[in-house]
Design a protein around this ligand. Structure first.
Ligand SMILES: *Cc1c(COP(=O)(O)O)cnc(C)c1O
Length: 383
């Protein structure tokens, strides 16, 4: 027992999720595994080799530094796509390494052309179209301009993709907006194609869109949350499951997080526990200290609300979540000992602490709970 807390990743669940998604999308649709935010908290270095093993050869990230981490963790040829931030110097490095990136401004396109010329290589780009999210992307006029630049520099630019991002496919309330976006995307791509240019992959869908609007799968889907075993929203899950006979969730969670009891203490009735006066012992109680706190990603708003599993029991978190510790009421657990396993997320016996229970309590999205898991937590893949 050398770790303070540990994240385990279940390889069988990863395999299950990939094969479920493949069976839905078919072989013609490329799956780009989104591994931004440290692979949604699962760990880039641990997840990428396993995704590799089960046939994923396209990865998407937000920051260039994440792309380099993906690049460094396998020798296999694969596509890596930066959907967000890279600075000018990164663009040069990306071209040298063959890393692909979104182009959402004419300046970025021009910079890419300059570096590609210097290096006598092709910059691999994805044209991001602004279709109505009003976040990033080239508008109609800028697409015209990009077309000219690409045509003039066709030996230095490879158009790997023509893409956009949909503004909330996981909620039916955005239906109208999404339809408008898809219409606009079609028109913009038609203009692009009419110029004589083409793109290897047309892609617009994230996890939610790929299920709610199957037409959006096109040549490639950028799937994040579902690969990790979560539905984008309850709506998306309900829509899917209502059309199935077995009513079973086909996705499996990959991640478990556990720690140990660091010390035990008896607290007398009428005493406050931890900082301040938020928890008052109503009787003589036994408390267990667990070396995990908000610095590891255990949200502070779970103070006096969270639950953990110890010896097959669900136990209450009492008092405030500290930077490095939480306190658990273990009064009713017989034979409880220092060193006992404490499940923060995952299963123990028949009980389970789900990320969703976590996120409901602290009003966070699954995405947030996962993304906040500190990179410093040890992560291992279990068979
Ligand atoms: C994060 C992201 C995705 C993946 O979203 P999921 O809901 O996790 O599938 C796809 N595309 C873009 C542009 C993203 O930023």
């Amino acid at each position: 027992m050398v770790y303070d807390s540990i994240i385990t990743l279940n390889e069988k669940s990863i395999q299950n999720n990939i094969s479920f998604l493949r069976s839905k999308f078919g072989e013609k649709v490329k799956i780009s595994a989104v591994v931004k935010a440290n692979a949604y908290g699962h760990g880039i270095e641990q997840i990428v080799p396993v995704f590799d093993k089960y046939g994923i050869d396209h990865f998407s990230v937000f920051y260039y530094k994440e792309a380099v981490r993906v690049y460094n963790c396998s020798s296999k040829p694969r596509s890596i796509m930066v959907m967000g931030w890279l600075c000018d110097e990164d663009i040069k490095d990306a071209i040298e390494k063959g890393i692909e990136f979104f182009v959402f401004s004419i300046e970025r396109l021009k910079t890419a052309v300059e570096f590609a010329k210097d290096l006598n290589l092709k910059a691999k780009i994805h044209i991001e179209a602004e279709t109505g999210m009003n976040r990033s992307g080239l508008d109609f006029g800028e697409i015209e301009c990009a077309i000219e630049i690409i045509k003039e520099n066709i030996s230095f630019i490879e158009v790997c993709g023509f893409c956009t991002h949909l503004a909330g496919a996981e909620s039916i309330s955005n239906h109208f907006r999404i339809q408008n976006q898809l219409q606009k995307y079609k028109e913009m791509f038609a203009r692009f194609e009419a110029s004589g240019l083409n793109a290897k992959y047309k892609h617009v869908a994230n996890s939610a869109a790929s299920f709610v609007y199957p037409d959006t799968r096109m040549d490639m889907v950028r799937v994040g949350i579902m690969l990790y075993g979560f539905w984008s929203s309850t709506e998306v899950f309900v829509q899917y499951i209502n059309n199935q006979n077995d009513r079973l969730d086909p996705l499996k969670r990959i991640l478990g997080w556990k720690s140990h009891i660091m010390s035990l203490k008896k607290v007398k009735s009428g005493e406050f526990v931890g900082y301040g006066i938020s928890y008052l012992a109503q009787g003589d109680i036994v408390t267990a200290l667990v070396p995990v706190g908000y610095s590891m990603g255990y949200n502070r708003s779970l103070s006096n609300k969270g639950h953990v599993l110890i010896r097959g029991h669900r136990c209450n978190l009492i008092g405030l979540v500290n930077m490095n510790m939480i306190i658990i009421d273990v009064t009713n657990i017989k034979n409880v000992e220092v060193g006992d396993a404490v499940v923060l997320i995952g299963k123990q016996g028949k009980l389970e602490i789900k990320v969703s229970s976590f996120s409901n309590l602290c009003e966070e999205l699954n995405y947030e709970v996962l993304a906040h898991l500190s990179e410093s937590i040890t992560r291992i893949v279990s068979k």
